[in-house]
Design a protein. Structure first.
Lengths: 325, 342
């Protein structure tokens, strides 16, 4: 843990993809922090940069992608400056990932046990065979799978069981930060609830922080402590789940919250008109101005900064920062 | 007997290898009361198979699918053209339905030409524009573009516009919003709702998402491993589910509501999916049901009216209640056809 008590601190992160068609600014000036044991939800439309942010934290931005600037502090280490070999020791051990499509993330020709042990060998934990077998058993028990699953191949498991096996791999080495990228989007509601409960129990038990990526606001409401809302590569709002749902600040978040289907508002449909801008240049104005019903002249001229407008509630919106100008 | 728009008579579909995808399903849909009917269930419940059979892409193993009095298996070629025009579909993936090399106009030009709707370019353009406007798209922002220039929500609404261009009587929408961002889902559901209310199109909305099913539909049919568990009025079923499986499903919905605790209403022991304990003769849910009784394992329950006249549930917990006569659960789709104030 670093001096501020944060397990993870992202500062002014810029990530770009340099493609033949031009540069795409997938993350620009993203900053947030994470306390140990905290559950942070990262929401946004497809293409808003949430998976890019996750990959950056895992040190997995590969060409044509590049981290253009900023810092990612995992406790007292800036991951951006680490060489690849060192990052490999962090990945899986300290920061791990529960992938989106568990169906396609497991190796179809390897037993679950070998896929669990793989990481332990790679990280040179110096464990004996029997110690590793014990860890495999414990990891499977932790995700409520029968120890016999260790000997099975992925095709012998159901979708929910495969997702649990992926969770077992992610938690096997007690990571400090777990990134879960839409871990249940391929599962039906019942299995989804069971899998999320397992992630919740484990996270609390291990004291790991979780970043849950997704666009299911219902899942966010039920699982996370804080929500970070991304739009067009920028973090536009950050606050507790309660503040975000009851009095969202950024107009995008407001529209997102009011578009949600609830039990009480049957038959009302509040979509958000318009489309996300292409991220082909560094924004010089507010990225949401073309869709924003509350836009004012300054929105066309300047990029709003992410500022704390209410206690622990941050928003990047000119509507709240008139005093600054 | 008035002619039904659609009729499924004891439809069973068994795939190679013996998987029973649908097990003796019967329902009819009236032509004169266009409603939105959701078919919901987990993966493997048979809901997509049902959609494909109604579209005539799959033949039932036994039983028949009848559209306007004509058995789909025995349509003449002119009847088949008519059927293809009147029954339209929108599928899950808003990316896969477009050919990236053609402008998006292509998916609307093809049906206009195929069904010989008009020979005039101007008229064709007008038809396309009307269809786009009725799903809430601006023609000048969409026509003439390539698929990658539109958002997923725009593409999915465009697919809807293509379907309604042909003035269909029945629309099969198989998971139309599951790949679309949450912020854009509402726009698609709104378009579907509008097609039903304003153009009188009957919609079969196939989904595993009970939240959107609740929002958009009038009736719901809950499938579990190919059998109907509960069917009827969507408000009654989602707000007060009677079948233990529906209770488990509804209790598992993560509502975007901080006052509602996830899974709090579930009085059920969570048993994970396990196909090995599926009963061949008894209730299909008996292996996971917290209320299971001995008889549930040996014979299949009828559809009972548990409380009101709005729905039926296939569960012995309600065997002291009246039984639904006949197999046709379509009677449930007209119990309440009054305009709900919206």
């Amino acid at each position: 843990m670093n001096d501020n008590g944060y397990v993870l601190r992202v500062e002014n992160l810029d990530v770009q993809y340099h493609t033949d068609a031009g540069t795409v600014y997938a993350n620009s000036q993203v900053s947030f922090n994470l306390k140990p044991g905290e559950r942070l939800g990262l929401v946004g439309e497809s293409g808003s940069g949430k998976s890019t942010l996750a990959l950056a934290i895992l040190g997995m931005i590969k060409p044509p992608g590049r981290i253009g600037g900023g810092e990612i502090w995992l406790e007292n280490t800036d991951l951006v400056k680490l060489p690849e070999e060192a990052i490999r020791q962090v990945r899986g051990r300290q920061v791990s990932m529960i992938p989106q499509g568990a169906m396609n993330s497991l190796n179809p020709v390897a037993r679950i046990k070998d896929q669990l042990i793989d990481g332990m060998i790679d990280h040179e934990l110096g464990l004996s065979r029997s110690e590793m077998n014990r860890m495999v058993r414990e990891a499977l028990e932790a995700v409520e799978l029968d120890p016999q699953v260790a000997q099975m191949y992925p095709h012998e498991l159901s979708g929910g069981m495969k997702q649990r096996a992926c969770i077992a791999i992610a938690i096997a080495m007690n990571p400090k930060v777990i990134i879960a990228d839409e871990p249940t989007s391929a599962l039906d509601v019942v299995t989804q609830r069971q899998v999320m409960q397992t992630i919740g129990h484990l996270q609390a038990q291990l004291g790991s922080a979780v970043i849950l990526i997704g666009h299911d606001m219902g899942l966010m409401a039920q699982f996370v402590d804080r929500i970070a809302v991304m739009y067009a590569g920028k973090l536009v709002e950050l606050g507790s789940v309660k503040d975000t749902f009851t009095h969202p600040m950024h107009p995008y978040t407001q529209m997102l919250i009011s578009s949600l289907p609830r039990l009480e508002n049957k038959g009302t449909f509040n979509g958000i008109p318009g489309i996300t801008p292409l991220l082909r240049e560094i924004p010089t104005d507010c990225v949401f101005n073309s869709r924003c019903p509350q836009a004012i002249p300054i929105c066309m001229q300047r990029v709003p900064k992410l500022l704390e407008h209410r206690p622990n509630q941050w928003a990047a919106c000119h509507l709240y920062q008139s005093e600054e100008n | 007997m008035s002619e039904h728009l659609l009729e499924l008579n004891n439809v069973t579909k068994i795939f190679k290898g013996g998987t029973v995808a649908l097990d003796n399903i019967s329902f009819s849909v009236e032509a004169d009361s266009p409603s939105i009917i959701s078919v919901a269930g987990e993966s493997g419940s048979g809901k997509s198979t049902l959609g494909l059979m109604i579209l005539g892409f799959l033949r039932p193993t036994t039983g028949s699918v009848v559209y306007k009095g004509g058995n789909l298996a025995r349509l003449s070629s002119s009847e088949r053209v008519e059927f293809r025009k009147e029954v339209q579909a929108v599928f899950q993936d808003p990316f896969a339905v477009y050919n990236p090399f053609y402008k998006v106009d292509h998916i609307m030009e093809v049906p206009i030409a195929n069904f010989k709707m008009t020979n005039s370019r101007t008229e064709a353009r007008e038809l396309m524009e009307q269809a786009l406007i009725s799903v809430g798209l601006r023609p000048e922002e969409t026509l003439g573009r390539f698929p990658h220039q539109l958002s997923g929500g725009q593409r999915q609404r465009m697919a809807l516009a293509r379907a309604l261009l042909l003035r269909p009587q029945l629309l099969i929408a198989d998971e139309p919003v599951s790949m679309v961002d949450a912020s854009l889902r509402a726009t698609i559901l709104e378009a579907i709702d509008k097609l039903n209310k304003e153009l009188g199109i009957t919609v079969l909305y196939i989904t595993h998402d009970l939240t959107t099913a609740y929002h958009v539909s009038d009736y719901i049919l809950i499938l579990y491993r190919g059998s109907i568990m509960e069917v009827g009025d969507v408000d009654s079923i989602i707000r007060n589910p009677k079948h233990p499986y529906t209770q488990l499903l509804v209790g598992s919905i993560p509502w975007p509501d901080l006052d509602r605790v996830w899974g709090e209403d579930i009085a059920v022991i969570d048993i994970e999916e396990d196909t090995s304990i599926e009963s061949k003769v008894g209730c299909k849910f008996s292996g996971r049901c917290p209320h299971v009784m001995d008889r549930c394992k040996v014979s299949r329950p009828h559809l009972y009216w548990p409380d009101d006249n709005n729905r039926v549930a296939s569960c012995y917990l309600y065997d002291d209640q009246p039984v639904l006569h006949g197999d046709d659960v379509g009677t449930l789709f007209k119990s309440k056809k009054v305009a709900v104030a919206r």
